[in-house]
Structures are given as structure tokens and as C-alpha cells.
Design a protein around this ligand. Structure first.
Ligand code: DAH
Length: 358
């Protein structure tokens, strides 16, 4: 019996050394320490031994069991360590690897131009005012000196929103120009509501009104149904046309370069008198003539003028005492000129191949 125990121990230890993973280890435990294992079979057999051998065999059997249990625990620990080592090696992170840059969006080219224009005027002391995009016909047309049947309305086909009930008047619309905001800005400064006497001594005003405008037009390479504008308005006691020229020439130099030439051509707008358009020297050919400036050497970039007396009065300023200048420009047009973009439809196309170039 003692010899059998010896053999049981030897065989078990040998088998244990061959167990290479947790599964094999569990199988070993069942085979060598389980209820049906050779070792455990020894205990029930002890009753048939001569009484003087029983304590000897019993002690030995217990020693073997303890030895196997200890060996099992040791092997289990060794395998655990081995598995841990393997995991550490195979799952190791290379923290020296450079990261992948997340893709980064950029500002739309028109937004960039729009913001640049706003920044230049803000630095000159113009307040930036946002006016509504959904307007009344009154503000968009009538109060800026475009009465219901004025031919200037033909220049701006309009998105009307509210048919006003009688089928003939259409009072609510999407603004066709930021000029609509001039009246809001002036009335906010003067407190004038459009009725009663003009305020006695309203404060001067210097604002720009940037934002989206809408026109009900055929979309072509040169015209879109929505685009941005930046409107400017200055009203005070002694504002002259040379203030207008100086301000806009300064603007052109900040926008296009300190040596850029400007010129003013007489023009017509209902809300200004006199009216003009400002050209800048073509910044693509430097004035020599190219296909962008149509070989004139000049690019038209904005409309402007002295605020019409009727418009001043509608804003609450007495045109006998106050004068002002106004201007309006289109960031899309300026962006197209700067980047040589030949089709305005690219701006709303959402095509990343276009947008990623800016
Ligand atoms: N409202 C004009 C347009 O949309 C632009 C404009 C011209 C605005 C002359 C002005 C101005 O304030 O004085 O075409």
C-alpha cells in the first residue's frame, strides 16, 4: 500500500508538470485529487488493512494528498504568472506611436470674408447690429424710399411670405437687402416710431448690418437665391461725402492691401442721393487688365451714397440738421474675385472638394 501511494504521488506530479493551461490543470485536479482518483480510492480501502498498518498508511496518504494539493497550488500560480506575462507582451501598447489627427473643419470661404469685413469696420468704431431676415415690405422697400410701384422693385424679385389677405398687398417677405436694417438701426437710436414729430436731438449713429438676404431668382453661375451682405450706415451732424470716400478707401486698403487704388463712379439707388459705386484696382492683375476685371483694370465691389433725406426722416433724423452715408457690399462677390471663383453655386453646393481649398 505504501508503495502504491509512492507511485500515485510520482505519477501525479509528473502529470502535473505536463499541464500547460488552466483547463489541463482542472482536468488534472479531477483525475488526481477528485473523489474517483487513485489517491482517494486508498482511503475506503484502509479498513481492510491489518490494524497496525492503518495509521502508517493513513498518515502517508494524508501526506501525499497535502503534497499534491501544494503542488497543484504552486502550478496554478505559475500558470497564472505565465498567462499574465503573455498578455503583457502581446497586448503591449506602443505609446511612442504618433496619434492620428482628427479631421478638422474650417470656416466657409464666404464666412471668412464676411468676418474680415465686419472686423475691419468694427476696428474703425462701427457697431455691429443684426437685423431680422423676415421683414415687412414697409422696411425692406417703402421706408427706404422704394414705394409700391417704384421701378427699383423690379431689380429685386422677392420671396413673399404672407399674402396679407387681400391678394394684392404682400406685407411679409424675406429681406432682399440689408438696407432694410437701416430703418431699425436709426429708430433704435432715435426712438422714433414713424409717427409724430421728429425727435429733437437724437444721437449720431455708426453701424454695420451684416447678414443673409434672399432673392427670388433663377439660380445661375452669377446669381443665387440667398447670399450675404454687409450694410454700413453713419448718421451725424456734419457727415459728408468725403467721409464716405475716406471710410471706404480705408476699408479697401485693409481688405485688399495698403496700396490698392479706389475710384467712385456715379450710380443710382433709391435710398441714397447722390449715389455711387466703388471700384478697387483689380487685385489679380494689379490694374493692368485681365479676364477677371474684363480688361478694365477695375473691380466693382460696393454701392454707396449719402443717405436720402426721406430715409433719414423715416429713421427719425431731421434731414435739415443731419446727414449720413450708407453702403452695401456682397461678401460672395468679394470672395469670388479674391479666389477667382467663377460660379457662385459652389458656395451652397456643400462640396468638400471645393470647401477644403480654403
Ligand atoms: N441695397 C443695395 C443692394 O442690395 C446695396 C446698397 C447700395 C446699399 C447702396 C446701400 C447703398 O446702403 O448706399 O443692391
Amino acid at each position: 500500500m505504501l508503495e502504491a501511494l509512492e507511485r500515485i504521488q510520482q505519477e501525479a506530479l509528473q502529470a502535473l508538470a505536463e499541464a500547460q493551461d488552466a483547463e489541463a490543470l482542472e482536468a488534472w485536479k479531477v483525475a488526481h485529487l477528485g473523489r474517483k482518483s487513485p489517491l482517494m480510492q486508498v482511503f475506503p480501502q484502509m479498513g481492510s488493512l491489518p490494524p497496525e498498518q492503518r495509521p502508517l498508511v493513513g498518515r502517508r496518504a494524508n501526506e501525499v494528498r497535502q503534497a499534491l494539493e501544494a503542488a497543484y497550488a504552486e502550478r496554478a500560480e505559475a500558470l497564472r504568472q505565465q498567462a499574465l506575462q503573455q498578455a503583457l507582451e502581446s497586448e503591449r501598447l506602443d505609446i511612442t506611436l504618433p496619434g492620428r489627427r482628427p479631421p478638422r473643419g474650417g470656416l466657409h470661404p464666404v464666412t471668412q470674408t464676411h468676418r474680415r469685413i465686419i472686423q475691419i469696420f468694427a476696428e474703425m468704431g462701427f457697431q455691429v447690429v443684426r437685423s431680422r431676415e423676415v421683414e415687412l415690405d414697409e422696411y425692406n422697400f417703402q421706408l427706404v424710399n422704394i414705394p409700391p410701384h417704384h421701378p427699383a422693385r423690379e431689380m429685386q424679385d422677392t420671396f413673399y411670405i404672407d399674402h396679407g389677405g387681400d391678394g394684392e398687398h404682400y406685407p411679409v417677405l424675406l429681406r432682399t437687402h440689408t438696407t432694410a436694417g437701416q430703418i431699425h438701426a436709426m429708430r433704435a437710436a432715435t426712438g422714433y416710431t414713424g409717427e409724430g414729430p421728429l425727435p429733437a436731438d437724437p444721437p449720431p449713429l455708426r453701424v454695420i448690418l451684416p447678414g443673409m438676404v434672399y432673392r427670388y431668382e433663377q439660380i445661375t453661375a452669377r446669381s443665387e437665391i440667398q447670399f450675404t451682405q454687409v450694410e454700413g450706415l453713419a448718421v451725424g451732424r456734419s457727415i459728408t461725402f468725403s467721409d464716405l470716400k475716406g471710410t471706404l478707401t480705408d476699408f479697401a486698403r485693409s481688405m485688399f492691401g495698403p496700396t490698392v487704388q479706389t475710384r467712385f463712379r456715379a450710380s443710382y439707388f433709391p435710398f441714397t442721393e447722390p449715389s455711387a459705386e466703388m471700384d478697387v484696382e483689380c487685385f489679380l492683375c494689379g490694374g493692368k487688365g485681365c479676364n477677371v476685371c474684363k480688361y478694365t483694370g477695375w473691380l466693382e465691389i460696393l454701392g454707396c451714397g449719402e443717405v436720402h433725406p426721406t430715409v433719414l426722416r423715416n429713421g427719425g433724423y431731421d434731414p435739415e440738421k443731419y446727414t449720413g452715408f450708407a453702403f452695401g457690399m456682397g461678401p460672395e462677390r468679394i470672395t469670388m474675385l479674391r479666389h477667382h471663383i467663377e460660379d457662385i453655386r459652389y458656395f451652397w453646393s456643400g462640396d468638400l472638394r471645393f470647401l477644403e481649398q480654403f
